[in-house]
Design a protein around this ligand. Structure first.
Ligand code: FAD
Length: 317
């Protein structure tokens, strides 16, 4: 049986939920799924990986005992070494900062085709569906090569629980690297909230928020429903919120179950980042706004009245 590798992302000791949809995508091809776990204890994740149909857990440790926590050059070499040793032809990783660092490097080293930000992949046929032209259209791309690489957009593919028994493969890989890349320090980002690319619900604010302080209204509302707060580029450019919260063509591409756009007009560039949302709710004073003609539900009115009301109702629940 052919094998597909999936690069597993772990955050604060937990497997990110978005990995599970990626595993479902890999399994759909009826191949063996090899979960590649970098510099972490694979056994800690056995239960969740076996509950989602993984056939093997590959624990890759780089650089001996004092491995660096993040070195894309070293990690690229380690993944390629594991792929070659295990005869893995197809590789999936998430289109996240980690995946964006690793996949192009691996593709370049293997001279392999790569499609990023896929919303679906048919591994048997080598077909990937991805958004093109800033999200205006969805293209199906055919790839052929000795290896095939796909970046999967987080949260667009639903997890499919399937029970398996996974074998454990331990691979200490001490690959020589150029030393041109060195992680000096890793600092926490400006935002303490859930990563918007992984959020189930996002409430976003635009120019109409008017100030950094007013974003507190959104944070309070988000807190009541376990949501993350996003923003349009205007709100980021004004310095009201950090760039990590920007949704759109030049920000994050998000696919939450519910996206609530507060005072956001719905420019093409903003849509490019959130059009894959399951349900779009627009709160806007202008019924003619583009966001309104592209949403599932529209609340016409002032966000400064509607959002506190929503927070109040959700708190009462
Ligand atoms: P506006 O377009 O000004 O809309 C404000 C909305 O708030 C209006 O619809 C108004 O009716 C409504 N409103 C006003 N007051 C209230 C109130 N009290 N209650 C409720 N509603 C109210 N933009 C992004 O968002 N993300 C990107 O990644 C991005 N990338 C870009 C890349 C390029 C190359 C370029 C050229 C532009 C990019 N932009 C991006 C900018 C984009 O073109 C728009 O300028 C931007 O999205 C508009 O932000 P907005 O909707 O918050 O503001």
């Amino acid at each position: 049986m052919e094998k597909t590798g999936v690069v597993i992302e772990i955050k604060k000791g937990r497997i990110k939920d978005a990995n599970l949809g990626m595993i479902a995508c890999a399994r759909a091809a009826n191949r063996e799924v090899y979960a590649l776990i970098l510099n972490d204890t694979a056994e800690n994740f056995r239960e969740i990986l076996e509950a989602h149909g993984v056939h093997a857990m590959v624990e890759i440790t780089t650089g001996g005992a004092d491995h660096t926590p993040w070195n894309p050059e070293q990690h690229t070499r380690a993944i390629i070494t594991a792929m070659e040793a295990l005869h893995i032809k197809a590789l999936l990783a998430l289109t996240t900062p980690m995946g964006r660092e690793l996949l192009p490097r691996i593709a370049a080293a293997l001279d392999a085709p790569l499609v990023m930000d896929c919303i679906d992949v048919d591994l048997e046929k080598g077909l990937a569906r991805t958004t093109l032209y800033s999200g205006k259209t969805i293209g199906t791309i055919q790839v052929t090569g000795s290896h095939e690489l796909f970046g999967i957009r987080p949260n667009v593919i639903a997890p499919v629980p399937v029970k398996t028994k996974a074998k454990m493969i331990s691979m200490p890989i001490d690959t020589p690297v150029s030393g041109k890349f060195k992680t000096v320090e890793i600092l926490p980002g400006q935002s303490s909230q859930t990563d918007i690319t992984e959020a189930d619900i996002i409430i976003s604010g635009g120019r109409a928020m008017q100030s950094k302080e007013n974003f507190d209204l959104l944070f309070q509302c988000a807190h009541t429903m376990g949501a993350a707060v996003g923003a349009s580029r205007v709100a980021v450019d004004m310095g009201w919120v950090p760039y990590t919260m920007q949704v759109g063509q030049t920000g994050e591409k998000v696919s939450p179950r519910v996206y609530i756009a507060c005072g956001i007009s719905g420019s093409i560039q903003h849509f490019a980042g959130m059009k894959m949302s399951g349900m779009i709710i627009a709160i806007n004073t202008n019924a003619e706004a583009a966001m309104v003609s592209n949403c599932d539900y529209f609340i016409e009115g002032d966000l400064f009245e509607i959002v506190p009301l929503l927070t109040q109702r959700l708190t009462q629940k």
